[in-house]
Design a protein around this ligand. Structure first.
Ligand code: FRU
Length: 327
């Protein structure tokens, strides 16, 4: 894999060569050049980080974590841009980074429509780390994220073991154009349908709590009878928690189990502790691994094309022991 020579290093070398002080230095009086004390060159790597939407709890935490992890590396200068859930704006941000000639791009893309722009950065010789949501094809350096298919299957298996009889399930899916949405849904559906449960309502909540609440209100309106819904699977915790509150408004939260994904300490885990969610599956943001991988790439190492992060199941029972690893 070709790695660009960090442009700032070249600039720093040039700047040093033409430092104003240099011209004024007295020329050596004899043929022996005056000894030069080398100035230790501190290389700075500029990493451009493109966030698709900071306005969600999981991503707010992700931004804090990436800043904290990058701050531990004195050689990193981290630039941050938030596309506020607008894919076109995010494409523009990547293009700006390309013209700035950053040394490495870390992107958490809104959806697959970022594939082409990510490829442009990669083709321009910028190493690219795709974090959390994948893009299509292979024009990037490294993808880092948990395996959403493993999560989807694990949710399905947990539901089958938890639901007695034939259950009626509501599924609130992630944004259809983003790869984790299908990955968290397909294996889940396969497992629960095979076990004889029914998905009585499904909707795209676009990863957003507000949308999920509206969709859940619609589900409750369609299935008005008491006990006509046994479980809601929200593809992220904001959706599962919003669904809980929609059910609470209708006085029906006691008859339904709610399951989500993310397990942020102050969100999903808290909701399990308080009995809002029956379970949540961890989706780590991977920013520590992203910064460590960025450093390896910038130092010239070849890295794995895909780094898969682990996940854990949290329920009220296993919270005290720190959850349970999902295989
Ligand atoms: C935030 C989020 C998380 C989820 C991840 C999936 O935008 O929806 O809640 O786990 O993105 O990519």
């Amino acid at each position: 894999m070709a790695i660009r020579i960090p442009s700032l290093l070249v600039l720093a070398t040039l700047a040093f060569a033409c430092m104003p002080g240099c011209e004024k230095a007295a020329p050596p009086t004899s043929g022996t050049p005056a000894p030069v004390t080398p100035t230790p060159a501190t290389t700075t790597f500029t990493i451009g980080y493109s966030q698709c939407n900071r306005g969600e709890p999981w991503r707010e935490q992700m931004d804090k974590d990436i800043e904290r992890n990058a701050a531990k590396e004195p050689s990193i200068k981290l630039l941050m841009k938030d596309a506020q859930n607008d894919a076109l704006a995010q494409q523009g941000h990547v293009k700006e980074y390309i013209s700035q000639k950053i040394d490495l791009l870390i992107i958490s893309p809104k959806d697959s429509s970022l594939t082409q722009t990510v490829a442009e950065a990669y083709d321009a010789g910028i190493p690219v780390i795709v974090l959390d949501r994948a893009v299509e094809g292979d024009k990037y350096t490294c993808f880092i994220g948990a395996d959403n298919r493993v999560i989807g299957k694990a949710v399905g298996e947990w539901v089958v073991q938890r639901l007695a009889g034939k259950g009626a399930i509501v599924e609130l899916k992630g944004l259809g154009s983003s790869i984790p949405a299908a990955d968290r849904s397909e294996p889940f559906r396969e497992v629960v349908l095979k076990a004889g449960h029914a998905i009585v309502y499904e909707a795209d909540m676009e990863w957003l709590g507000d949308k999920a609440r509206e969709k859940m209100q619609a589900a409750l309106a369609l299935h008005r009878e008491k006990n006509s819904i046994q479980l809601v699977y929200g593809a992220n915790d904001p959706a599962a928690i919003a669904a809980y509150y929609a059910a609470k408004d209708a006085g029906r939260e006691g008859e339904i189990l709610f399951v989500g994904v993310d397990a942020l300490p102050h969100e999903g885990i808290e909701a399990v502790k308080n009995g809002l969610l029956a379970a949540t599956f961890e989706y780590p943001n991977g920013t520590d691994v992203a910064i460590a991988t960025a450093m390896r790439i910038l130092k010239g190492e070849t890295v794995e094309k895909k780094i898969v992060l682990g996940t854990r199941l949290f329920t009220k029972d296993n919270l005290p022991s720190g959850g349970e690893a999902v295989k």
